[in-house]
Design a protein around this ligand. Structure first.
Ligand SMILES: [Zn+2]
Ligand SMILES: [Zn+2]
Ligand SMILES: [Zn+2]
Ligand SMILES: [Zn+2]
Ligand SMILES: [Zn+2]
Ligand SMILES: [Zn+2]
Length: 244
């Protein structure tokens, strides 16, 4: 893949600008593993509190800026399509495989990602699935527009991407469905699904139409799983939210 993506970026540029659990920004620690995610460490920080973030519930350590999340620690990652946890351990019985784009932290079951990469041709899909399962590198669907199948061009405003936070659906700004409404366009009764200024590289952040917005938290539910323990189990005083 041509990766104008990587030009002039530093290591830190690949990391998520918001917390993987609550989608809010603020004081975050980054994972040193392969997932490129960032996390609120404790529920007490202002930004974590604002979004009722369960956080990692670690004791607040002022200088803890880096950590290794449990998913990376135990090589168990969620498939970005079906959200199920699978082994990403490359040495044996690998279940989920990481996208080979250098800046992408998404993992997939071969079957789940092959279905999206080869929508029409069943034979091609099957053979792609087998290749991925055998460890062949693949680039996940998030790097092409789901409507026109073309890549991003950051220099042209219309061709910048709007990327879904919950699945590998990306759109050019010009290809974005009208039902995906930006914060600044929204009337009183509109459901806001798109934001500017949250992501690097002038990208828009969206929750695509495949996800229902939970009115209580104004985001889709947050199915983040750590090592088989869902955060709702980890956090005893957590209420109301529907974690898988
Ligand atoms: Zn958070
Ligand atoms: Zn990680
Ligand atoms: Zn899957
Ligand atoms: Zn990817
Ligand atoms: Zn497009
Ligand atoms: Zn989506």
């Amino acid at each position: 893949m041509a990766s104008s993506d990587d030009e002039g970026e530093t290591f830190h540029d690949h990391f998520d600008t918001v917390c993987a659990i609550c989608d809010n920004g603020g004081e975050l620690a980054i994972c040193e593993g392969k997932c490129f995610r960032s996390f609120h460490i404790t529920p007490d920080s202002m930004s974590a509190h604002e979004s009722s973030c369960e956080s990692l519930c670690l004791p607040p350590k002022e200088f803890l800026k880096k950590l290794k999340c449990e998913n990376c620690e135990y090589s168990l990652h969620q498939c970005f399509v079906c959200a199920e946890l699978g082994s990403s351990d490359k040495s044996s019985n690998t279940e989920v495989f990481q996208c080979s784009s250098a800046t992408c932290g998404h993992f997939y079951h071969p079957k789940c990602v092959a279905k999206l990469l080869q929508k029409n041709d069943k034979t091609e899909r099957q053979s792609l699935q087998e290749k991925i399962a055998a460890g062949e590198p693949f680039v996940c669907p998030a790097h092409k527009c789901v409507v026109c199948n073309q890549t991003e061009n950051e220099k042209v405003a219309d061709l910048q991407f709007a990327v879904c936070r919950r699945c590998p659906n990306s759109y050019h700004r010009k290809c974005l469905p009208r039902d995906i409404i930006f914060e600044h366009q929204a009337g009183h009764h509109d459901e806001i699904r798109a934001w500017d200024g949250l992501l690097r590289k002038a990208r828009a952040w969206i929750y695509c139409l495949e996800h229902e917005i939970d009115p209580e938290v104004a985001t889709p539910t947050r199915p983040i799983i750590y090592f088989g323990i869902s955060l709702s189990e980890v956090q005893s005083n957590h209420t109301g939210r529907n974690l898988v």
